[in-house]
Design a protein around this ligand. Structure first.
Ligand code: HAM
Length: 421
């Protein structure tokens, strides 16, 4: 019987993977120019890391984590990471990075796991590229992180993504807002959905994020967090907005944007695209000033984001594929002597970085040419016994169909020069 992949877990096949490679390669280049270093963290972590970082009442922790018992430690639980921020902060604290240099700009890329209902743009194993700037609480770094994403999107040629911005306040002003919101919600409690009623006391802001039409309607006139910010949060947020305006990055304020994770404070943001359907967030993030301390480190602020590679690849592929380049040269041989001469040549070329291809079994010239065409080879070198004797062979450019005789004596240098040009 055929074994299939698990629902919500996808293979990224050749043809599609090139778009992923393009995204990853451009992200690395942009991140390097902003001086972010790569960090690689485990996929499996102690469950506690996520429940403590993301919040017990979040959808992720309540129902979406892949969690199982640790067979090596009775009573302990392990979880496949649903996101990357918690692991990066754990690593930062565990390696005591702050003792050497508290300001760290880190990025990561890899699979994340959430047991959500799979649909277009929503997978159970999905991939993020994320960046976290730790150790700086100033608004310039919030802006820097947003500008870095904006630069990446323009380098990728992403069009039509829009940025929504909010501030969730801090430990000083959020409790007061929370009380105001809770009072407003209590007055309408009976009409809210069961989920909202249940979560309301522990995290009333979650109610603003509810997707039920009734709850959205009921909370339309709810107090807005942006009216409740303390002076310091207000100044911080104003500065972030000024810096974005100066850099000509367009944004919309959305005071209802709560985000699905509890570690956020102050600046939060989401980049959405209307071409994605209901799962419209391409990238999202914000500030999380209490998280390092929550995970056992000193009071060190942080801000970051993660983008969803699946969603970004979907958008880029709507504009056209990033096809893999075919081999630089395909060697067509006629007769065993030509084959025995060509096989080691292919290896020498490959070792010099020229992508070369050759068939092993005897096939007609026509069938080898067809194969070269199918592989989208840039050029074909045709060699038979005559050519070997003469010391020249025909090189055919597959696009222009131009053919020329080239000397076999310095064939490697010749083909390498063509690859470079
Ligand atoms: P998040 O909003 O949960 O934030 O996820 C970030 C992005 O990951 C989303 O905008 C989306 O593009 C992608 N994504 C999330 N879930 C799925 C899914 N099931 N299938 C496909 N793509 C998905 C975080 O994860 C935070 N750690 C971001 C952050 C970093 N905040 C501060 N630093």
């Amino acid at each position: 019987m055929k074994i299939t992949a698990i629902k919500g877990f996808a293979d990224i096949l050749p043809g599609e993977v090139e778009t992923w490679q393009f995204i990853e390669q451009e992200a690395r280049a942009v991140f390097a120019s902003y001086n972010f270093s790569e960090i690689r963290i485990p996929i499996l972590e102690k469950t506690e890391l996520f429940s403590r970082s993301l919040g017990e009442t979040t959808d992720i922790v309540e129902k979406e984590m892949y969690t199982f018992a640790d067979q090596d430690a009775k009573g302990s639980w392990l979880t496949l990471r649903p996101e990357g921020t918690a692991g990066v902060v754990r690593a930062y604290v565990e390696a005591e990075m702050h003792k050497i240099e508290p300001v760290r700009k880190l990025f990561y890329a890899g699979p994340m796991f959430r047991r959500e209902r799979p649909q277009k743009g929503r997978m159970r194993q999905f991939h993020q590229i994320g960046a976290e700037a730790l150790g700086r609480g100033d608004p310039f770094i919030d802006a820097e992180v947003l500008l870095m994403l904006d630069d990446l999107f323009s380098r990728l040629g992403l069009e039509g993504a829009s940025l929504q911005l909010n501030s969730l306040g801090c430990a000083e002003c959020r409790p007061q807002y929370r009380e105001r919101l809770l009072k407003f919600l209590h007055e309408r409690e009976e009409e809210l959905c069961g989920n909202c009623r249940r979560r309301m006391e522990r995290n009333p802001l979650r109610v603003l994020d509810c997707k039920e039409a009734r709850c959205i309607e009921l909370t339309k006139s709810a107090p807005a967090i942006l009216d409740s910010l303390c002076e310091s949060c207000r100044n911080h947020f104003e500065r972030v907005q000024d810096l974005l305006r100066q850099a000509d990055v367009k944004f919309l304020l959305n005071p209802r944007m709560v985000r699905g994770l509890d570690y956020y404070c102050r600046t939060t943001f989401e980049w959405t695209s209307d071409q994605l359907g209901s799962q419209n967030a391409v990238a999202a993030g914000g500030r999380y000033d209490g998280l390092v301390e929550e995970l056992g480190g000193p009071a060190i602020p942080g801000v970051g984001f993660a983008l969803g590679i699946e969603r970004l690849a979907l958008l880029l592929r709507m504009k056209g594929d990033h096809k893999a380049a075919g081999p630089s040269v395909f060697i067509v041989w006629i007769g065993a002597k030509a084959r025995d001469w060509a096989f080691p040549l292919v290896r020498r070329l490959r070792r010099k970085g020229v992508s070369a291809e050759i068939e092993g079994e005897t096939r007609s010239l026509k069938s080898q040419m067809r194969r070269a065409d199918k592989l989208k080879a840039v050029a074909v070198l045709i060699i038979g016994e005559d050519e070997l004797q003469k010391g020249t062979a025909v090189l055919r450019d597959m696009k222009s169909k131009r053919q020329e005789d080239i000397s076999l004596a310095n064939i490697e240098a010749e083909l390498m020069a063509r690859k470079a040009s």
